[in-house]
Design a protein around this ligand. Structure first.
Ligand SMILES: NC(=O)c1ccc[n+]([C@@H]2O[C@H](COP(=O)([O-])OP(=O)(O)OC[C@H]3O[C@@H](n4cnc5c(N)ncnc54)[C@H](O)[C@@H]3O)[C@@H](O)[C@H]2O)c1
Length: 463
């Protein structure tokens, strides 16, 4: 009896260890590939299912057959579940006809005709590039502790997968065996494939697909006014894309808080206090970045202030204060970073201008601000054309009205309703609406662009 119980216990332990290992493997794959769409054509353990649901983003979905057993009481999980009618073969054909693609696909080698499923998935282009196919019960030889009736992947299926150059593959001997295949671009072939134009469009410029060309890995960036609002969002975006980021702000505490946020996301970041209207402060920042990280690839000159007054009442003090930061300070930054970039032979300067460079936003009165931002555009155009033949691109972003502390002043806050009527998009911009633009302008993908004023205003300047 004891022995019997001993065996039972050993079996139970063994099974749970196998399940645990399988779950850990899937968890790692999910963490690395971050799937949004999963096609599940075999049963998975409850732990694996829970893990998949937890990792799927809010708009993610898990597609499966109506015959798979689930009972989820959690509506958040059920929302991500899409059950399809029909046999697995019918489901695959239907999804392929719809052009559906998946980041992760699960099949089982012990199903009746797994090769058929594998071929339908691959020929139907249902595994997206870099997507992963997981085949359960993929062992090809008997292993200790596994009943033969469990079934294993046939030699025929092993051969089909092994010969498939579209997937990079690994087979893990854990449990009943898991095969993992990642869809990769076709390898270089010699002679070239018939009917294929082997150029940068087909292979990607420098061998990189367009999303990889937006990456900023290893680049060195700074953002002025990075302690809050648009600058903070720019800092996060550049860091997420791979850059090291120095957050520069007059307010050191705010800069440090943002640098800390970036660190928590695994981004190398430093905070520095500086008033960009002061030449010595800017020099100190630029020297420190070069001393820290050896170069400056991306200069995001974003700090700016907004003051309001009727033009007949605008004081020279308001005018000078606005220009000292928005235009003179921005020029000091462009020149200091530009000198470093010119000596490197490469760099990207991204200035923050404003929609106010194009139109006269109303009803607020802000002559000095509007004029300073028009100056930012002209400065950008001039430097952009003067420096491009030495590798330095200068562009600017002109946001419409963005929901940041800048527009929460007593003078501007009451005007939001009025502005909304002037914005075709019907809402203010969020700082996140500007993030892709700064990454694009910072990346090598935009190297042919210079002196450009990229307007992101929900259509407001067109009305
Ligand atoms: N918010 C908008 O609606 C809007 C629209 C178009 C353009 N912009 C421009 O975008 C930029 C950022 O605006 P925001 O809305 O994030 O502003 P914000 O006021 O929320 O943040 C600006 C940041 O810059 C810092 N700063 C101000 N002066 C500085 C100086 N001299 N040196 C260093 N740091 C300084 C501030 O401490 C603050 O952290 C500004 O150039 C602004 O003119 C804003």
């Amino acid at each position: 009896m004891e022995t019997f119980q001993g065996v039972k216990l050993w079996k139970a332990d063994c099974e749970s260890t196998m399940e645990h290992t399988e779950n850990q493997v899937y968890k790692m794959v999910v963490q690395l590939t971050r799937p949004r769409k999963i096609l599940q054509l075999c049963s998975l353990s409850t732990d694996s299912m829970d893990m998949l649901y937890d990792y799927l983003p809010e708009d993610g979905c898990l597609v499966t057959s109506e015959f798979e057993k689930f009972s989820y009481e959690c509506p958040a999980k059920e929302r991500k579940l899409q059950k399809r009618k029909g046999t697995k073969e019918e489901i695959l054909k239907e999804l392929a006809a719809l052009g559906e693609q998946y980041d992760m696909v699960f099949i089982d080698a012990t199903e009746e005709n797994p090769i058929n499923y594998y071929n339908l998935i691959m020929s139907g282009n249902m595994l997206r590039m870099n997507g992963v196919i997981c085949v359960q019960n993929a062992s090809t030889s008997s292993q200790e502790g596994i009943d033969d009736e469990t079934g294993f992947m046939s030699k025929e299926m092993t051969d089909v997968i092994k010969a498939d150059a579209r997937v990079e593959q690994v087979k893990l001997p854990s449990g009943c065996g898991i095969f993992i295949g990642r869809r990769i671009p076709l390898p270089q072939t010699s002679p070239p494939l018939k009917g294929i134009v082997e150029d940068d469009v087909f292979r990607g410029f420098g061998g990189l697909g367009i999303l990889d060309r937006l990456r900023l890995d290893g680049k060195v960036a700074y953002v002025t006014g990075g302690g809050q609002g648009i600058g903070r969002a720019f800092g996060h975006a550049l860091g997420e894309a791979g850059a090291k980021v120095t957050i520069v702000d007059m307010d050191l505490q705010k800069a440090e808080a943002v640098a800390h946020e970036l660190h928590m996301k695994g981004i190398n970041s430093v905070a520095m206090a500086a008033d960009i209207s002061k030449e010595e402060d800017v020099k100190r920042v630029v020297d420190a970045i070069v001393a820290n990280w050896g170069r400056i690839d991306i200069a995001c000159n974003n700090a700016g202030i907004n003051m309001n007054s009727a033009s007949e009442d605008t004081t020279l003090e308001e005018w000078d204060k606005t220009f000292n930061v928005n235009l003179r300070g921005l020029f000091i930054c462009c020149q200091a970073a530009g000198r470093v970039m010119l000596s490197q032979g490469y760099g990207k300067i991204i200035n923050t201008a404003s929609m106010a460079s194009l139109i006269v936003p109303h009803p607020q009165k802000q002559l000095a601000y509007n004029t300073s931002k028009a100056g930012v555009v002209k400065l950008t155009q001039t430097l952009g054309t003067e420096w491009i033949d030495r590798g330095v691109r200068v562009n600017c972003i002109s946001p419409g009205i963005v929901d940041t502390p800048l527009i929460h002043s007593e003078a501007l806050k009451p005007l939001v309703k009025r502005w909304l009527a002037d914005i075709p998009a019907g809402c203010l911009a969020q700082v996140t609406d500007l993030q892709a633009a700064v990454v694009y302008l910072a990346s090598e993908a935009s190297d042919y662009m210079t002196g450009h004023n990229l307007v992101i205003d929900g259509g407001q300047s067109l009305w």
